[in-house]
Design a protein around this ligand. Sequence first.
Ligand SMILES: *Cc1c(COP(=O)(O)O)cnc(C)c1O
Length: 399
Amino acid sequence: MSHILPITTSQESSQPVPLIDLVAQYGTIRDEVQEAVHRVFERQSFVLGEEVSNFEDEVAEYCDSTHAIGCASGSDALLLALMALEIGPGDEVITTPYSFFATASSIARTGATPVFVDIDPSTYNIDTNRIEAAITRRTRAIMPVHLFGQCVDMDPIWRVATQHGLAIVEDAAQAIGASYRSRKAGVLGSVGCFSFFPTKNLGGAGDGGLVTTDDKDLASRLRRLRVHGDIGGYTHVDVGINSRLDALQAAVLSVKLKHLDSWSEARRENDRNYGELFQEFALNERVQSPTEVPERHHIYNQFTIRVPGVRDEVLKRLRERQVGCSIYYPKPLHLQECFSSLNYKYGDFPEAERAAAETIALPIFPELGAERQRIVVRELHHVLAEIDAEMYPSVRRAA
Ligand SMILES: *Cc1c(COP(=O)(O)O)cnc(C)c1O
């Protein structure tokens, strides 16, 4: 118990620290955004059109993808990708149980079956060593999720997918700008899916999403599927959906895309700074920091630490002390009520279950600043020391 923290005496008053502050970011780009919004209103062309195709071109260039197809959300991007691959009833898609709900629901909505594989506890991404054992003759695709902004180890996935003739649908909703061996998230599989939900690293003024692919046929099917399968003149060749990107979103996102790399760099700087602060406050033994694997460029959509045994108490006390924090995700997907027909039970994916019980996300947004980061770490230290003192009173007396 050498790492039990001594209780701190200093009770410096401190400012509240939010988990994310979109108002601060808007302050840095207000004029550019307002000009873009104004331009859309003057044109009165609100759905798809030039703003959207320009933005699609910009994302395609940014990711080095041949095609980019805007749509209404990240959830729809996943659904459209699976529809374009003609995945449906009777098919199985392998994915992680430790992700946002839409990862698995997109599979279920096509009529296919999500098949879960446990995660690697150090990266929280799908454990690629376990994928092959989950493949059956019904398996059609693998859906890796680049969770928290760090790419999945794609090499083993490429190998297995090639060997078994499977498609790869990347859930890159949290990973725009992340890379794996210098190739960007979104171009590491057959189809890449992005979300522009406001809290993602590239966030719009509402919902938005996009699909990338290098396959010409898939791209034209995706363009068709997002407009009810219409090839023009109310001639429908597929039963598609209505999932288009708004011009207003595209205009705002075009402005923000130019700043994305500098924002990602600020997030990475915050990660380095957390490392130093954890050292300074002797927290390295007490909390497990995120692991950044070599040859991956992590863009820290979330900064997630582990605090085994005391997570809920840490969450409650940090919030009481006005430090923004959250849990991504408290309940793994295989234990969600709506998937009870899949017949999974507690204990099936111990690493996902353990992560769901032990992790907590701290503020990492680009505008956070060193001063507020110090407050976060100081408060975390205080809260942990307090909890330790309550749990091991004798140790404290002895110290
Ligand atoms: C946000 C997110 C989605 C869904 O994106 P929406 O735009 O909110 O529909 C899908 N998968 C993951 C991993 C996400 O984080």
